[in-house]
Ligand binder design. Structure first.
Ligand code: GLC
Length: 544
Protein backbone atom coordinates (compact mmCIF):
# COMPACT_ATOMS: atom_id res chain seq x y z
CA UNK A 1 0.00 0.00 0.00
CA UNK A 2 1.42 3.34 -1.00
CA UNK A 3 1.50 6.19 1.49
CA UNK A 4 -0.16 9.40 0.49
CA UNK A 5 -0.20 13.02 1.66
CA UNK A 6 1.79 13.84 4.77
CA UNK A 7 2.95 10.22 5.08
CA UNK A 8 4.78 10.38 1.73
CA UNK A 9 8.16 9.73 3.40
CA UNK A 10 7.10 6.27 4.60
CA UNK A 11 7.71 4.70 1.21
CA UNK A 12 9.29 7.40 -0.93
CA UNK A 13 12.08 6.86 -3.42
CA UNK A 14 14.65 9.56 -2.71
CA UNK A 15 17.47 10.39 -5.10
CA UNK A 16 20.68 11.78 -3.65
CA UNK A 17 22.26 14.66 -5.54
CA UNK A 18 25.88 15.43 -4.81
CA UNK A 19 25.75 18.92 -6.27
CA UNK A 20 29.45 19.33 -7.13
CA UNK A 21 29.26 16.29 -9.39
CA UNK A 22 25.74 16.24 -10.81
CA UNK A 23 25.65 18.86 -13.59
CA UNK A 24 27.68 22.01 -14.15
CA UNK A 25 25.68 24.78 -15.82
CA UNK A 26 28.17 27.56 -15.05
CA UNK A 27 30.90 25.58 -16.79
CA UNK A 28 33.60 26.05 -14.14
CA UNK A 29 34.09 22.33 -13.53
CA UNK A 30 31.95 22.19 -10.39
CA UNK A 31 28.28 21.23 -10.48
CA UNK A 32 25.72 23.78 -9.36
CA UNK A 33 22.05 24.48 -8.68
CA UNK A 34 21.47 25.69 -12.24
CA UNK A 35 22.85 22.33 -13.36
CA UNK A 36 20.34 20.47 -11.19
CA UNK A 37 17.54 22.61 -12.62
CA UNK A 38 18.65 21.78 -16.14
CA UNK A 39 18.37 18.06 -15.38
CA UNK A 40 14.92 18.01 -13.80
CA UNK A 41 13.60 16.06 -16.82
CA UNK A 42 16.02 13.24 -15.93
CA UNK A 43 14.61 13.14 -12.40
CA UNK A 44 11.04 13.15 -13.66
CA UNK A 45 11.68 10.36 -16.11
CA UNK A 46 13.42 8.31 -13.48
CA UNK A 47 10.25 8.50 -11.40
CA UNK A 48 11.56 9.54 -7.97
CA UNK A 49 9.54 11.18 -5.20
CA UNK A 50 12.19 13.44 -3.68
CA UNK A 51 15.79 14.55 -3.91
CA UNK A 52 18.30 14.89 -1.10
CA UNK A 53 20.97 17.49 -1.85
CA UNK A 54 24.33 17.39 -0.03
CA UNK A 55 25.39 20.67 1.64
CA UNK A 56 25.24 23.70 -0.64
CA UNK A 57 25.82 26.35 2.04
CA UNK A 58 28.68 28.84 2.20
CA UNK A 59 31.81 26.86 2.93
CA UNK A 60 35.56 26.94 2.31
CA UNK A 61 35.09 23.31 1.11
CA UNK A 62 37.69 21.56 3.21
CA UNK A 63 35.25 18.63 3.36
CA UNK A 64 33.20 19.32 0.22
CA UNK A 65 30.72 21.56 2.04
CA UNK A 66 30.40 19.57 5.28
CA UNK A 67 32.27 22.52 6.80
CA UNK A 68 29.50 25.11 6.93
CA UNK A 69 30.11 28.81 7.55
CA UNK A 70 26.46 29.87 7.43
CA UNK A 71 23.20 28.16 6.57
CA UNK A 72 21.63 31.35 5.31
CA UNK A 73 23.81 31.64 2.22
CA UNK A 74 24.42 29.29 -0.67
CA UNK A 75 28.07 28.96 -1.61
CA UNK A 76 28.75 31.01 -4.77
CA UNK A 77 30.16 27.84 -6.38
CA UNK A 78 26.63 26.43 -6.36
CA UNK A 79 24.48 29.55 -6.86
CA UNK A 80 22.25 31.69 -4.70
CA UNK A 81 19.43 31.27 -2.21
CA UNK A 82 17.05 32.55 -4.92
CA UNK A 83 18.17 29.78 -7.26
CA UNK A 84 17.68 27.24 -4.49
CA UNK A 85 14.14 28.53 -4.01
CA UNK A 86 13.52 28.29 -7.76
CA UNK A 87 14.79 24.71 -7.77
CA UNK A 88 12.53 23.78 -4.85
CA UNK A 89 9.53 25.39 -6.57
CA UNK A 90 10.26 23.82 -9.96
CA UNK A 91 10.58 20.41 -8.36
CA UNK A 92 7.36 20.87 -6.41
CA UNK A 93 5.63 21.74 -9.67
CA UNK A 94 6.54 18.28 -11.01
CA UNK A 95 5.69 16.49 -7.75
CA UNK A 96 9.25 16.08 -6.42
CA UNK A 97 10.14 17.09 -2.87
CA UNK A 98 13.48 18.45 -1.65
CA UNK A 99 15.49 17.31 1.35
CA UNK A 100 18.67 19.21 2.26
CA UNK A 101 21.57 18.46 4.57
CA UNK A 102 22.13 19.90 8.02
CA UNK A 103 25.48 19.46 9.75
CA UNK A 104 24.95 19.95 13.49
CA UNK A 105 28.05 18.28 14.91
CA UNK A 106 30.59 20.80 13.66
CA UNK A 107 31.06 24.06 11.78
CA UNK A 108 33.70 25.38 9.44
CA UNK A 109 36.74 26.84 11.16
CA UNK A 110 35.78 30.05 9.34
CA UNK A 111 32.43 30.25 11.18
CA UNK A 112 32.30 33.61 12.99
CA UNK A 113 31.94 31.92 16.36
CA UNK A 114 35.06 29.81 15.87
CA UNK A 115 37.08 32.80 14.74
CA UNK A 116 35.81 34.69 17.81
CA UNK A 117 36.73 31.75 20.02
CA UNK A 118 40.29 31.71 18.66
CA UNK A 119 40.67 35.45 19.25
CA UNK A 120 39.09 35.52 22.69
CA UNK A 121 41.47 33.13 24.42
CA UNK A 122 41.29 30.44 27.12
CA UNK A 123 38.47 30.64 29.65
CA UNK A 124 36.43 33.08 27.56
CA UNK A 125 32.70 32.61 26.93
CA UNK A 126 33.50 32.56 23.18
CA UNK A 127 35.50 29.32 23.62
CA UNK A 128 32.49 27.73 25.32
CA UNK A 129 30.69 27.35 21.98
CA UNK A 130 33.29 24.76 20.89
CA UNK A 131 35.27 22.11 22.74
CA UNK A 132 38.55 23.69 23.84
CA UNK A 133 40.68 21.99 26.49
CA UNK A 134 44.16 22.34 27.91
CA UNK A 135 46.59 19.71 26.69
CA UNK A 136 48.01 16.92 28.80
CA UNK A 137 51.65 16.59 29.81
CA UNK A 138 53.82 19.09 31.67
CA UNK A 139 53.62 21.73 28.94
CA UNK A 140 50.17 20.83 27.71
CA UNK A 141 51.69 19.63 24.48
CA UNK A 142 49.82 16.33 24.37
CA UNK A 143 46.21 16.19 23.13
CA UNK A 144 43.55 16.23 25.89
CA UNK A 145 42.54 12.63 25.13
CA UNK A 146 43.18 9.80 22.69
CA UNK A 147 40.30 10.42 20.25
CA UNK A 148 41.06 10.10 16.55
CA UNK A 149 39.69 11.92 13.52
CA UNK A 150 37.52 10.08 10.99
CA UNK A 151 40.01 11.26 8.39
CA UNK A 152 43.05 9.87 10.28
CA UNK A 153 45.32 11.51 12.84
CA UNK A 154 44.34 12.95 16.21
CA UNK A 155 40.93 14.55 16.74
CA UNK A 156 42.59 17.55 18.42
CA UNK A 157 44.53 20.51 17.07
CA UNK A 158 46.51 22.91 19.22
CA UNK A 159 46.00 26.62 18.65
CA UNK A 160 48.48 29.44 18.96
CA UNK A 161 47.15 32.02 21.39
CA UNK A 162 47.06 35.74 20.61
CA UNK A 163 50.40 36.28 22.39
CA UNK A 164 52.07 33.78 20.07
CA UNK A 165 52.44 30.97 22.63
CA UNK A 166 51.22 27.39 22.04
CA UNK A 167 47.78 27.28 23.56
CA UNK A 168 44.70 25.11 24.09
CA UNK A 169 43.50 22.29 21.90
CA UNK A 170 40.13 22.05 20.15
CA UNK A 171 38.22 18.93 19.20
CA UNK A 172 37.44 17.97 15.60
CA UNK A 173 36.13 14.47 14.99
CA UNK A 174 36.58 15.20 11.29
CA UNK A 175 39.10 17.59 9.65
CA UNK A 176 40.82 20.34 11.68
CA UNK A 177 38.75 22.76 9.58
CA UNK A 178 35.60 21.20 11.14
CA UNK A 179 35.67 22.05 14.87
CA UNK A 180 33.04 20.20 16.94
CA UNK A 181 30.37 22.39 18.47
CA UNK A 182 29.52 22.34 22.16
CA UNK A 183 25.96 21.03 22.30
CA UNK A 184 25.59 22.01 25.96
CA UNK A 185 25.62 25.64 24.78
CA UNK A 186 22.27 27.39 24.16
CA UNK A 187 23.69 29.31 21.17
CA UNK A 188 24.37 26.01 19.40
CA UNK A 189 20.82 24.85 19.97
CA UNK A 190 19.42 28.15 18.76
CA UNK A 191 21.59 28.43 15.65
CA UNK A 192 20.54 25.00 14.41
CA UNK A 193 16.87 25.66 15.10
CA UNK A 194 17.17 28.89 13.12
CA UNK A 195 18.80 26.98 10.25
CA UNK A 196 15.92 24.49 10.15
CA UNK A 197 13.33 27.27 10.14
CA UNK A 198 15.21 29.27 7.51
CA UNK A 199 15.04 26.42 5.00
CA UNK A 200 11.59 25.16 6.01
CA UNK A 201 10.39 28.70 5.32
CA UNK A 202 12.00 28.47 1.88
CA UNK A 203 9.94 25.39 1.14
CA UNK A 204 12.29 22.45 1.79
CA UNK A 205 10.43 19.30 2.74
CA UNK A 206 12.98 17.85 5.10
CA UNK A 207 16.53 17.50 6.34
CA UNK A 208 19.10 14.76 6.27
CA UNK A 209 21.02 15.05 9.54
CA UNK A 210 24.76 14.63 9.20
CA UNK A 211 26.47 12.41 11.81
CA UNK A 212 23.19 12.43 13.73
CA UNK A 213 24.54 10.12 16.44
CA UNK A 214 27.28 12.49 17.53
CA UNK A 215 26.65 16.04 18.89
CA UNK A 216 26.98 15.29 22.62
CA UNK A 217 30.21 13.93 24.07
CA UNK A 218 30.55 11.94 27.32
CA UNK A 219 31.18 14.16 30.36
CA UNK A 220 34.87 14.54 31.07
CA UNK A 221 35.75 13.43 27.52
CA UNK A 222 37.18 10.07 28.64
CA UNK A 223 39.79 8.24 26.58
CA UNK A 224 38.69 5.68 24.02
CA UNK A 225 40.86 3.12 25.74
CA UNK A 226 41.04 0.90 22.71
CA UNK A 227 37.56 1.50 21.32
CA UNK A 228 37.68 2.27 17.60
CA UNK A 229 35.72 4.72 15.47
CA UNK A 230 33.35 1.92 14.43
CA UNK A 231 32.87 0.36 17.84
CA UNK A 232 29.45 -0.21 19.35
CA UNK A 233 27.86 2.94 20.61
CA UNK A 234 26.61 3.38 24.15
CA UNK A 235 29.95 2.85 25.82
CA UNK A 236 31.51 5.05 23.18
CA UNK A 237 32.41 8.52 24.48
CA UNK A 238 31.60 10.43 21.30
CA UNK A 239 28.72 8.47 19.84
CA UNK A 240 25.08 8.07 20.76
CA UNK A 241 25.07 9.99 24.04
CA UNK A 242 21.69 10.28 25.77
CA UNK A 243 21.33 14.09 25.47
CA UNK A 244 20.75 13.79 21.76
CA UNK A 245 17.16 12.64 21.95
CA UNK A 246 15.90 15.83 23.58
CA UNK A 247 17.37 17.83 20.69
CA UNK A 248 15.60 15.66 18.13
CA UNK A 249 12.32 15.94 20.01
CA UNK A 250 12.56 19.71 19.79
CA UNK A 251 13.44 19.50 16.08
CA UNK A 252 10.41 17.30 15.53
CA UNK A 253 8.20 19.90 17.16
CA UNK A 254 9.57 22.49 14.72
CA UNK A 255 9.01 20.20 11.72
CA UNK A 256 5.48 19.41 12.90
CA UNK A 257 4.65 23.10 13.28
CA UNK A 258 4.74 23.43 9.46
CA UNK A 259 1.95 22.63 7.06
CA UNK A 260 2.59 20.16 5.57
CA UNK A 261 4.85 18.82 8.34
CA UNK A 262 8.49 18.52 7.38
CA UNK A 263 10.61 15.36 7.83
CA UNK A 264 14.03 14.17 8.96
CA UNK A 265 16.32 11.33 8.01
CA UNK A 266 19.25 10.54 10.30
CA UNK A 267 22.72 9.60 9.19
CA UNK A 268 23.33 7.55 12.30
CA UNK A 269 25.95 4.84 12.00
CA UNK A 270 24.60 3.11 15.11
CA UNK A 271 25.35 -0.57 14.62
CA UNK A 272 22.82 -1.78 17.15
CA UNK A 273 19.25 -1.63 15.85
CA UNK A 274 17.89 -1.52 19.40
CA UNK A 275 19.65 1.80 19.85
CA UNK A 276 19.04 3.02 16.31
CA UNK A 277 15.32 2.70 16.81
CA UNK A 278 15.49 5.31 19.59
CA UNK A 279 16.18 7.93 16.93
CA UNK A 280 12.94 7.21 15.12
CA UNK A 281 10.49 7.02 18.00
CA UNK A 282 7.21 8.76 17.18
CA UNK A 283 8.23 12.11 18.69
CA UNK A 284 11.77 12.11 17.24
CA UNK A 285 13.09 11.72 13.69
CA UNK A 286 11.10 10.08 10.91
CA UNK A 287 13.63 7.70 9.40
CA UNK A 288 17.26 6.68 9.50
CA UNK A 289 19.55 5.31 6.81
CA UNK A 290 19.93 1.55 6.92
CA UNK A 291 23.69 1.11 6.74
CA UNK A 292 23.42 -2.54 7.73
CA UNK A 293 21.68 -3.13 4.43
CA UNK A 294 24.28 -1.12 2.53
CA UNK A 295 27.17 -2.99 4.11
CA UNK A 296 25.58 -6.45 3.99
CA UNK A 297 27.47 -8.93 1.80
CA UNK A 298 25.75 -10.71 -1.08
CA UNK A 299 24.61 -13.53 1.15
CA UNK A 300 20.96 -14.54 1.42
CA UNK A 301 21.00 -15.58 5.08
CA UNK A 302 22.70 -12.37 6.21
CA UNK A 303 20.53 -10.23 3.99
CA UNK A 304 17.42 -11.87 5.37
CA UNK A 305 18.59 -11.22 8.90
CA UNK A 306 19.21 -7.54 8.14
CA UNK A 307 15.77 -7.23 6.55
CA UNK A 308 14.02 -8.98 9.46
CA UNK A 309 15.85 -7.04 12.16
CA UNK A 310 15.26 -3.72 10.37
CA UNK A 311 11.55 -4.29 9.90
CA UNK A 312 11.05 -5.67 13.38
CA UNK A 313 12.98 -3.11 15.44
CA UNK A 314 11.98 -0.03 13.49
CA UNK A 315 8.43 -1.34 13.22
CA UNK A 316 8.30 -1.71 17.02
CA UNK A 317 8.33 2.11 17.27
CA UNK A 318 6.11 2.61 14.24
CA UNK A 319 8.91 3.75 11.92
CA UNK A 320 9.34 2.50 8.36
CA UNK A 321 12.58 0.86 7.29
CA UNK A 322 14.80 2.48 4.68
CA UNK A 323 16.99 0.75 2.10
CA UNK A 324 20.15 2.14 0.59
CA UNK A 325 22.98 0.82 -1.59
CA UNK A 326 25.23 3.83 -1.95
CA UNK A 327 26.07 7.40 -1.09
CA UNK A 328 28.92 9.90 -1.41
CA UNK A 329 30.88 8.22 1.41
CA UNK A 330 31.11 4.63 0.19
CA UNK A 331 32.45 2.85 -2.88
CA UNK A 332 29.84 2.53 -5.62
CA UNK A 333 27.60 -0.51 -5.40
CA UNK A 334 28.54 -2.24 -8.66
CA UNK A 335 32.19 -2.14 -7.62
CA UNK A 336 31.43 -3.50 -4.16
CA UNK A 337 29.25 -6.29 -5.51
CA UNK A 338 31.98 -7.04 -8.05
CA UNK A 339 34.05 -8.40 -5.16
CA UNK A 340 33.62 -11.75 -3.48
CA UNK A 341 34.03 -10.10 -0.08
CA UNK A 342 32.57 -6.84 1.12
CA UNK A 343 34.44 -5.36 4.04
CA UNK A 344 32.27 -3.84 6.75
CA UNK A 345 33.08 -0.34 7.83
CA UNK A 346 32.35 3.24 7.04
CA UNK A 347 34.27 4.10 3.89
CA UNK A 348 34.10 0.80 2.10
CA UNK A 349 36.86 1.83 -0.26
CA UNK A 350 39.59 -0.65 0.47
CA UNK A 351 38.34 -3.03 -2.15
CA UNK A 352 40.04 -6.29 -3.00
CA UNK A 353 42.16 -6.04 -6.16
CA UNK A 354 40.38 -8.81 -8.02
CA UNK A 355 36.92 -8.13 -9.25
CA UNK A 356 34.28 -9.05 -11.77
CA UNK A 357 32.39 -5.99 -12.92
CA UNK A 358 29.79 -8.01 -14.83
CA UNK A 359 28.92 -9.83 -11.64
CA UNK A 360 28.74 -6.44 -9.89
CA UNK A 361 26.31 -5.14 -12.51
CA UNK A 362 24.15 -8.28 -12.32
CA UNK A 363 23.95 -8.09 -8.56
CA UNK A 364 23.24 -4.36 -8.56
CA UNK A 365 20.36 -4.97 -10.98
CA UNK A 366 18.96 -7.65 -8.70
CA UNK A 367 19.52 -5.49 -5.62
CA UNK A 368 17.44 -2.57 -6.90
CA UNK A 369 14.58 -4.99 -7.55
CA UNK A 370 14.97 -6.36 -4.04
CA UNK A 371 15.03 -2.89 -2.47
CA UNK A 372 12.01 -1.70 -4.36
CA UNK A 373 10.05 -4.78 -3.32
CA UNK A 374 10.69 -4.24 0.39
CA UNK A 375 8.38 -2.16 2.58
CA UNK A 376 9.75 1.28 3.42
CA UNK A 377 11.59 4.06 1.64
CA UNK A 378 14.48 3.77 -0.77
CA UNK A 379 17.54 5.97 -1.31
CA UNK A 380 19.36 6.08 -4.65
CA UNK A 381 22.74 7.74 -5.14
CA UNK A 382 23.26 9.71 -8.35
CA UNK A 383 24.93 7.58 -11.00
CA UNK A 384 23.61 4.35 -9.46
CA UNK A 385 20.83 4.43 -12.07
CA UNK A 386 23.60 4.44 -14.70
CA UNK A 387 25.39 1.44 -13.18
CA UNK A 388 28.41 3.70 -12.76
CA UNK A 389 31.41 1.92 -11.20
CA UNK A 390 33.78 3.44 -8.64
CA UNK A 391 36.75 5.26 -10.22
CA UNK A 392 39.48 3.30 -8.48
CA UNK A 393 42.59 4.71 -10.09
CA UNK A 394 42.43 8.45 -9.46
CA UNK A 395 46.01 9.67 -9.17
CA UNK A 396 47.11 11.01 -5.78
CA UNK A 397 47.61 14.55 -7.07
CA UNK A 398 43.91 15.00 -7.92
CA UNK A 399 42.53 13.58 -4.68
CA UNK A 400 40.37 16.07 -2.76
CA UNK A 401 39.00 14.04 0.15
CA UNK A 402 40.86 15.12 3.32
CA UNK A 403 41.23 11.40 4.07
CA UNK A 404 43.88 11.07 1.35
CA UNK A 405 46.25 13.76 2.63
CA UNK A 406 45.63 13.02 6.32
CA UNK A 407 46.42 9.34 5.83
CA UNK A 408 49.68 10.24 4.14
CA UNK A 409 48.36 8.96 0.83
CA UNK A 410 47.51 5.48 2.11
CA UNK A 411 43.71 5.75 2.28
CA UNK A 412 42.09 6.72 -1.04
CA UNK A 413 39.04 8.11 0.73
CA UNK A 414 35.79 8.78 -1.05
CA UNK A 415 36.66 10.62 -4.26
CA UNK A 416 36.11 7.54 -6.43
CA UNK A 417 32.33 7.72 -6.00
CA UNK A 418 32.24 11.51 -6.44
CA UNK A 419 33.56 11.87 -9.98
CA UNK A 420 31.31 14.18 -12.08
CA UNK A 421 28.50 12.31 -13.86
CA UNK A 422 28.63 11.43 -17.55
CA UNK A 423 25.54 12.65 -19.38
CA UNK A 424 26.60 12.12 -23.01
CA UNK A 425 28.83 9.50 -24.59
CA UNK A 426 31.27 12.05 -25.97
CA UNK A 427 32.77 15.46 -25.40
CA UNK A 428 35.54 16.56 -23.06
CA UNK A 429 33.38 16.27 -19.92
CA UNK A 430 30.75 13.83 -21.22
CA UNK A 431 28.07 16.49 -20.99
CA UNK A 432 28.81 17.42 -17.36
CA UNK A 433 29.18 20.95 -18.71
CA UNK A 434 29.29 22.57 -22.12
CA UNK A 435 32.49 24.60 -21.68
CA UNK A 436 34.72 21.53 -21.63
CA UNK A 437 36.40 22.73 -18.42
CA UNK A 438 37.53 19.53 -16.72
CA UNK A 439 35.48 18.54 -13.70
CA UNK A 440 36.84 19.02 -10.19
CA UNK A 441 37.78 15.33 -10.32
CA UNK A 442 38.88 13.95 -13.72
CA UNK A 443 36.52 11.55 -15.49
CA UNK A 444 38.12 8.39 -16.91
CA UNK A 445 37.88 7.82 -20.66
CA UNK A 446 35.52 4.85 -20.16
CA UNK A 447 32.92 7.08 -18.44
CA UNK A 448 31.06 7.81 -21.69
CA UNK A 449 29.90 4.19 -21.87
CA UNK A 450 27.80 4.79 -18.79
CA UNK A 451 26.41 8.16 -19.90
CA UNK A 452 22.69 8.68 -19.48
CA UNK A 453 22.31 9.41 -23.21
CA UNK A 454 24.20 6.21 -24.16
CA UNK A 455 21.66 4.17 -22.22
CA UNK A 456 18.62 5.95 -23.61
CA UNK A 457 16.61 3.30 -25.44
CA UNK A 458 19.42 0.70 -25.22
CA UNK A 459 17.96 -2.74 -24.51
CA UNK A 460 18.81 -4.05 -21.05
CA UNK A 461 20.41 -0.82 -19.82
CA UNK A 462 20.66 -0.06 -16.11
CA UNK A 463 18.86 3.24 -16.65
CA UNK A 464 16.03 1.45 -18.42
CA UNK A 465 15.77 -1.05 -15.56
CA UNK A 466 15.65 1.72 -12.93
CA UNK A 467 12.94 3.61 -14.81
CA UNK A 468 10.90 0.49 -15.39
CA UNK A 469 11.22 -0.71 -11.82
CA UNK A 470 10.37 2.65 -10.25
CA UNK A 471 7.27 2.85 -12.41
CA UNK A 472 6.37 -0.76 -11.62
CA UNK A 473 6.71 -0.14 -7.89
CA UNK A 474 4.48 2.89 -8.10
CA UNK A 475 1.86 0.98 -10.08
CA UNK A 476 1.88 -2.05 -7.82
CA UNK A 477 -0.65 -1.81 -4.97
CA UNK A 478 1.11 -4.60 -3.02
CA UNK A 479 4.26 -2.47 -2.69
CA UNK A 480 5.12 0.60 -0.65
CA UNK A 481 4.30 0.12 3.03
CA UNK A 482 3.06 -3.10 4.64
CA UNK A 483 4.55 -6.41 5.63
CA UNK A 484 6.56 -9.18 4.04
CA UNK A 485 5.99 -12.89 4.30
CA UNK A 486 8.96 -15.19 3.65
CA UNK A 487 8.48 -18.11 1.32
CA UNK A 488 10.25 -21.38 1.83
CA UNK A 489 13.30 -21.38 -0.38
CA UNK A 490 16.56 -23.26 -0.83
CA UNK A 491 19.62 -21.96 0.97
CA UNK A 492 21.06 -18.94 -0.85
CA UNK A 493 17.70 -17.82 -2.20
CA UNK A 494 15.68 -14.90 -0.84
CA UNK A 495 11.97 -15.25 -1.54
CA UNK A 496 9.10 -13.30 -0.06
CA UNK A 497 5.57 -12.21 -0.85
CA UNK A 498 3.97 -8.79 -0.50
CA UNK A 499 0.33 -8.59 0.40
CA UNK A 500 -0.25 -12.18 -0.69
CA UNK A 501 -0.04 -10.97 -4.27
CA UNK A 502 3.47 -10.23 -5.45
CA UNK A 503 6.53 -12.43 -4.91
CA UNK A 504 10.13 -11.28 -5.13
CA UNK A 505 12.84 -13.92 -5.53
CA UNK A 506 16.59 -13.23 -5.57
CA UNK A 507 19.09 -15.95 -6.39
CA UNK A 508 22.19 -15.39 -4.28
CA UNK A 509 23.37 -19.02 -4.38
CA UNK A 510 26.25 -18.18 -6.70
CA UNK A 511 26.00 -21.79 -7.90
CA UNK A 512 22.87 -22.63 -9.82
CA UNK A 513 19.53 -21.39 -11.13
CA UNK A 514 16.59 -21.75 -8.74
CA UNK A 515 12.90 -22.45 -9.15
CA UNK A 516 10.41 -19.60 -8.88
CA UNK A 517 6.76 -19.67 -7.74
CA UNK A 518 4.10 -20.15 -10.40
CA UNK A 519 2.58 -16.93 -11.71
CA UNK A 520 3.01 -14.11 -14.14
CA UNK A 521 6.52 -12.61 -14.41
CA UNK A 522 6.15 -8.88 -13.80
CA UNK A 523 9.84 -7.96 -14.13
CA UNK A 524 13.17 -9.75 -14.14
CA UNK A 525 16.61 -8.21 -13.68
CA UNK A 526 18.01 -10.69 -16.24
CA UNK A 527 16.52 -13.53 -18.28
CA UNK A 528 14.95 -16.71 -16.93
CA UNK A 529 16.45 -19.97 -18.19
CA UNK A 530 14.64 -21.80 -20.99
CA UNK A 531 12.97 -24.02 -18.37
CA UNK A 532 11.75 -20.98 -16.39
CA UNK A 533 14.31 -20.93 -13.58
CA UNK A 534 16.04 -17.88 -12.12
CA UNK A 535 19.79 -17.58 -12.86
CA UNK A 536 22.32 -16.66 -10.18
CA UNK A 537 22.62 -12.98 -9.19
CA UNK A 538 19.19 -12.29 -10.64
CA UNK A 539 15.88 -11.12 -9.18
CA UNK A 540 12.32 -11.54 -10.38
CA UNK A 541 8.91 -10.18 -9.40
CA UNK A 542 6.05 -12.60 -9.91
CA UNK A 543 2.34 -11.94 -9.61
CA UNK A 544 0.88 -14.96 -7.85
C1 GLC B 1 29.07 12.56 7.13
C2 GLC B 1 29.06 12.92 5.67
C3 GLC B 1 30.48 12.95 5.19
C4 GLC B 1 31.23 14.01 5.96
C5 GLC B 1 31.11 13.81 7.45
C6 GLC B 1 31.53 15.02 8.21
O1 GLC B 1 29.52 11.29 7.37
O2 GLC B 1 28.25 12.05 4.95
O3 GLC B 1 30.58 13.17 3.82
O4 GLC B 1 32.58 14.00 5.60
O5 GLC B 1 29.81 13.52 7.85
O6 GLC B 1 30.58 16.04 8.10
Amino acid sequence: MHSVGNDWWRDAVIYQIYPRSFADASGDGIGDIAGIRSRIPHLVELGIDAIWVNPWYRSPMFDAGYDVVTYEEIDPLFGTVEEAEQLIAELHAVGIRTIVDVVPNHTSHLHTWFQEALAAGPGSPERERYIFRDGRGPNGDLPPNDWVSCFHGPAWTRVTEADGTPGQWYLHLFAPEQPDRNWEHPDTVRELEDALRFWFDKGVDGFRIDVAHSLFKAPGLPDLNGLTWDDKCGEHPHWDQPGIHEIYRSWRRIADSYDPPRVFVAEAWVPDHQRLKNYVRPDELHTSFNFDFLTCPWDAARMRRVIDVSLETLGSVGAPATWVLGNHDVARVVSRYARKEQRRGQNLVHLAKEYDLEMGQRRARAAIMLMLALPGSVYLYQGEELGLPEVEDLPGEVMQDPTWARSGGTDPGRDGCRVPLPWSPEGPTFGFNTTGVEGWLPQPEWFGRYAAASQEGAAGSMLGLYRTMLAARRAEPALGGGEIEWLESPSGVLAFVRDGALACVVNMTGIEPCAVPAGEVVQCSGTLTSDGRLPIDTAVWIRL
